[in-house]
Design a protein around this ligand. Structure first.
Ligand SMILES: [Mg+2]
Ligand SMILES: [Zn+2]
Length: 174
């Protein structure tokens, strides 16, 4: 089985911008690229899990998200890092675009994206983490059996390392 670090995107890997969908509005947070590279170098899958209700709201199409995510990986590769996968939820029950206006199982805090990744990559959740800046990220981690790490600014890399060091789930099981 594999272990993974799941990353929230907006407000975690990149500075929060209202319904970000353009490359020119994207700024990596401090230590974000180092945090991804740490995962690559230490046998953790690096997987993004992001709510993108802007699609259901009609603010931008899925193609914009894919373009942005491709660009993120190109940037990371310049630093010898990469994301293993990116999962996004385009849904919102009260959204304007009919196709996406559903009560889905993947919008965080629901654990659908984590569970899909778990299946796709054979992830052991008891050795995995979700780092994010929102309550729904922490709730999502708990719902899927991963350890939630709260990011409140500063270095994302330092926050991730501290979170992994503080993980006491192994002791809690015995
Ligand atoms: Mg966020
Ligand atoms: Zn969804």
């Amino acid at each position: 089985m594999n272990k993974a670090v799941f990353f929230d995107r907006d407000g975690t890997l990149n500075e929060e911008v209202h319904f970000l969908h353009r490359i020119e509005d994207f700024t990596w947070t401090e230590g974000a690229i180092e945090a991804v590279k740490f995962c690559n170098d230490h046998n953790y899958l690096a997987i993004v899990i992001t709510n993108q209700s802007g699609v259901a709201r009609g603010y931008y199409p899925e193609a914009d998200i894919m373009k942005l995510h491709q660009w993120m990986n190109e940037q990371l590769r310049e630093h010898g890092a990469h994301l293993d996968a990116i999962y996004y939820c385009p849904h919102l029950a009260e959204g304007k675009i009919r196709k996406y206006a559903i009560e889905c199982d993947c919008r965080k805090p629901r654990p659908g994206m984590l569970l899909r990744a778990q299946k796709d990559f054979d992830v052991d959740m008891s050795k995995s983490y979700l780092i994010g800046d929102g309550d729904r990220d922490i709730q999502c981690a708990q719902a899927a059996g991963a350890c939630g790490i709260r990011y409140t600014g500063g270095s994302l890399y330092a926050t991730l390392l501290k979170g992994i060091q503080r993980d006491n789930r192994i002791e809690a099981l015995s």
